[in-house]
Design a protein around this ligand. Structure first.
Ligand code: UDP
Length: 467
């Protein structure tokens, strides 16, 4: 800890309130950020919805304020509705259903003796605009955390322009049109891509609310690092005109987050210990799902590629199925050279020397974890920012491949071979190793790491705030 740059450097301990969006890919970075602020001396209070609630016993140093959210009904799987629409509606539902209880509980917290001096700010997920507004109305300064890339947020900012210029809503015939204003995106890589009008409108609303949460806050936090997204960060800074703190890769700075919703199967780490450095790690994050037919094509593609593999098969990975069933005969392949788990300690898996490649859906946390693991990536994006992240992996950092179109076993097999065993894959691996070094530099003291400097600025910014 640096002198004068900690929350306890002064006379009193300042408190940071955090409010994560209750999805795994949002909970992890918020807890990692809380962990790093706690290490700098801040007290932490976590406000949270009941839906996907964190387990306070795993974070004994923090205070927790659960809010009744009436969400369980909204969150039961409505399979009649596309996953993206259901997820966006849930995000809006968290905002509205927590509004009144958050107002009440925040007011109660601020009435406690000395609280107005102790509380420094609220850091809320950028998708919680309603709650950002509630805090501001009560005089609490806010910061917004966006858990995607800077490139993705640049698209959020550009979304009205993309609609004005007619890129969106997308026409079938335009999907491969390059978006000149946002290279290397094509129309199909944009977030508000849906040709379903309801989904398009909901996505536009989601993006504009996140931009408003940033614009109405005192600062904006991104889990990325300068060397990875130099130009994208510069654009976001210029457009927002606010302090923007690039504090990533958070999982490498903050002690491993024990914020996993599903139990992690740690036996796979032992299995990895016994493997040569050539394992393909396959995981599609916490939300993406696929058809049973795609799962079978994936399985046979993995089998035919002949590579050792560690495969995360979430029990709800297959749409409309109560559990995941692998094709007959696949068990023998797993026994010979693989392991299948329901949920892995992914940060540790990707840092393990035996992992030589990562087949990912391209969620931003997974992408960053892959970058820090220095492994080439095979990206199969499903929705949201995943298409854009795959584009960056393939064309900007050139550390992997995107697997597009119909999922067929022969294409899967070929893509795995290219990634893991070809000369081209070897060059991707070299670039991935270089990016891993740049990520490590961003968080080293000696090299005046860009993210550590940004965290110092963030700490000073928070200490300068008062109610
Ligand atoms: N994750 C994990 N175990 C798994 C798969 C994923 O702990 O088996 C974690 C992963 O490390 C990441 C998060 O879940 O931090 C997923 O976030 P991401 O942004 O990649 O995708 P999302 O789930 O939001 O689509």
């Amino acid at each position: 800890q640096e002198e004068g740059n900690t929350a306890t450097g002064g006379l009193r301990r300042r408190r940071v309130l955090v409010f994560p969006l209750p999805y795994q890919g949002h909970i992890n970075p918020m807890f990692q950020l809380a962990g790093l602020l706690h290490a700098r001396g801040f007290a932490i209070t976590v406000f949270h919805a009941h839906f996907n609630a964190p387990d306070p016993s795993r974070h004994p140093a923090y205070d927790f304020v659960p809010l009744p959210d009436g969400m369980s009904a909204a969150c039961t799987d409505d399979t009649a509705e596309p996953a993206v629409i259901a997820t966006i509606k849930n995000i809006f539902a968290v905002n509205t259903s927590c509004e009144a209880s958050f107002r009440e509980r925040l007011a109660a917290l601020l009435e406690a003796p000395g609280a107005r001096d102790d509380v420094a700010c609220l850091i809320a997920d950028a998708h919680l605009l309603t709650l950002v507004d509630v805090a501001r109305q009560q005089g609490v300064p806010t910061l917004a955390l966006r858990t995607g890339s800077a490139a993705c947020f640049r698209c959020f900012l550009a979304n009205p322009m993309l609609c004005d210029k007619g890129y969106l809503p997308a026409q079938e015939s335009q999907l491969d049109t390059p978006v000149r204003e946002l290279p290397p995106y094509r129309v199909r890589d944009l977030m508000a891509i849906s040709r379903n009008r309801e989904e398009h409108d909901l996505t536009c609303k989601l993006l504009s609310r996140a931009v408003e949460a940033a614009r109405t806050s005192t600062g904006f936090i991104l889990n990325t690092f300068d060397a990875l997204e130099t130009d994208e960060l510069a654009t976001v800074r210029q457009d927002l005109g606010l302090p923007v703190f690039d504090v990533g890769p958070l999982h490498k700075i903050s002690p491993a987050a024990s914020s996993s919703i599903l139990p992690q199967d740690r036996a796979c780490l032992e299995w990895l210990d016994a493997q040569a450095p050539s394992v393909l790690y396959v995981s599609f994050g916490s939300l993406a799902n696929m058809s049973g037919a795609d799962l079978a094509e994936m399985a046979w593609g993995i089998a035919n590629a002949g590579q050792p593999f560690l495969w995360v098969l979430r029990s709800d990975l297959v749409r409309g199925a109560a559990r995941v069933t692998l094709p007959d005969g696949f068990d023998a392949v797993t026994r010979e050279r693989g392991m299948v788990v329901e949920w892995a300690p992914q940060e540790e898996v990707l840092a393990h020397g035996a992992v030589g490649g990562f087949w990912t859906h391209g969620g931003w946390n997974s992408t960053l974890e892959g970058v820090c693991g220095g492994v080439p990536m095979l990206c199969r994006p499903y929705f949201g920012d995943q298409m854009g992240n795959a584009r960056y992996v393939e064309l900007v950092w050139r550390t992997g491949l995107a697997l597009e179109g119909e999922l067929e076993r022969s294409k899967v097999e070929e893509a795995i071979r290219r990634l893991m065993r070809s000369e081209e894959g070897g060059r991707m691996r070299e670039r991935a190793q270089e990016l891993k070094r740049r990520a490590a530099e961003a968080i080293t003291d000696d090299a005046a790491g860009s993210s550590l400097l940004s965290i110092d600025k963030l700490v000073n910014h928070i200490l300068s705030l008062s109610l």
